[in-house]
Design a protein around this ligand. Structure first.
Ligand code: UT7
Length: 348
């Protein structure tokens, strides 16, 4: 009798492990938001010594959006409100909000906190993630773990930046590259094996000097000097960052394909961070993907830092089919980089 009970318990344990294993975290809704104001390359050529030709050929950017009034939380709030309306979800049903940004409303409290309040997500808790241009993939992997644990059923993952709030419009090497915008993904449990399959995330703090906002933190707290010396703006050693980005984004994207036995035929879409068209092309080439499988909207939005990947998914949502294999890939300040392999979970 005792033996039978023990065997029964073992079987039950195996069964429950199997059941836990079956929960994957799937994106079940996506929504982007970009402010209305369009800033063209010609507009910027009136402010700094640059040209449409230089920006277009070096980066692929033709225009970007500018949030004239309002904060990062307002971009996120607009996206979340539209997503919840589209999906007919009560804000009170959201349990957790993970928001990636380098342009928070305040150093603290977190922007996730502010967005929960503005949207009325009274039952949610949330926090911010700082991983620059890799912010969305860091946040997505983190959110997925809460779903996979079985404890959470509705998690919002937001990638958003109001880059204009930290751009020096006297520095032509940075102000032409970035734009404002972002988006949100709804994560829910899936039992068909769809959603996030694998993630490879990396970081190397030795790269921090090449792309950063030097002041405003504990190293250089705000003083009259830090403001006068324009240390609260983005500083980038473009060429160095380019070299690291082009190598690492391509490498990690190929690595996640190999690890999951995916050939270029198996991959339906590359969803790359939109920093530079030349970096995107190099990544696609390394993965053996033709241009038709690569999401590119850099020409319209520029680099929205944590916002680029959800904005791509939003722009392509109607073309995505249930079961499609997507590779999300990014590289950014920190350095941070990585790739996520996911199976799209719905037809729209
Ligand atoms: O998203 C997070 C990660 N960030 C990235 O992945 C960005 C990576 N870096 C890049 O995409 C490129 O390095 C940039 C687009 C930032 C710059 O392109 P580049 O081909 O690497 O140009 P460069 O920095 O080597 O500069 C070449 C020349 C320089 O002039 P000189 O020294 O050759 O006379 C720059 O001063 O282009 C000049 N320049 C510009 N000229 C016109 C730099 N910015 C501009 C500009 N307009 N906006």
């Amino acid at each position: 009798m005792r033996l039978r009970k023990a065997a029964f318990r073992t079987e039950l344990k195996k069964l429950s492990i199997d059941m836990v294993k079956k929960i994957t975290a799937a994106i079940t809704g996506i929504q982007g938001y970009v402010p209305d104001t369009v800033v063209t390359n010609d507009d910027l050529a009136k402010v700094v010594d640059t040209s449409n030709e230089w920006i277009l050929t070096r980066t692929g950017i033709a225009e970007r959006r500018l949030m004239k009034e309002g904060a990062t939380s307002d971009i996120a709030t607009a996206a979340v409100n539209q997503l919840l309306a589209k999906k007919n979800i009560d804000p009170l049903d959201i349990e957790l909000v993970i928001l990636a940004t380098v342009t928070p409303d305040y150093p603290f409290p977190s922007t996730a906190n502010v967005v929960c309040d503005k949207v009325g997500m009274k039952n949610a808790w949330g926090y911010d993630i700082i991983a620059a241009c890799s912010g969305f993939i860091y946040a997505l992997e983190t959110g997925a773990k809460f779903i996979e644990s079985g404890q959470y059923k509705k998690v919002l993952v937001i990638g958003v930046d109001k880059m204009s709030s930290i751009l020096n419009y006297e520095d032509r090497t940075t102000c032409v590259i970035f734009g404002d915008g972002g988006g949100v993904a709804l994560l829910e449990p899936n039992e068909e094996g769809l959603g996030i399959q694998d993630a490879i995330l990396k970081s190397d703090g030795a790269g921090r000097q090449y792309l950063l906002q030097p002041a405003g933190g504990s190293v250089n707290p705000a003083t009259i000097e830090t403001v006068t010396n324009r240390m609260h703006f983005v500083k980038q050693e473009g060429k160095t960052v380019f070299k690291f980005a082009v190598t690492n984004m391509a490498e990690v994207s190929a690595e996640i394909m190999e690890r999951n036995n995916l050939t270029s035929e198996d991959v339906d879409w590359l969803v790359p961070h939109q920093a530079n068209l030349r970096i995107i092309d190099a990544t696609a080439e390394r993965m053996g993907l033709p241009k038709e499988k690569v999401m590119v909207n850099i020409q319209r939005y520029g680099n929205t830092t944590a916002g680029t990947l959800p904005l791509c998914l939003w722009d392509w949502e109607k073309q995505l089919k249930k079961g499609d294999n997507l590779i999300l890939s990014a590289f950014g300040g920190g350095f941070t980089w990585g790739a996520i392999y996911l199976k799209w979970a719905y037809n729209s």
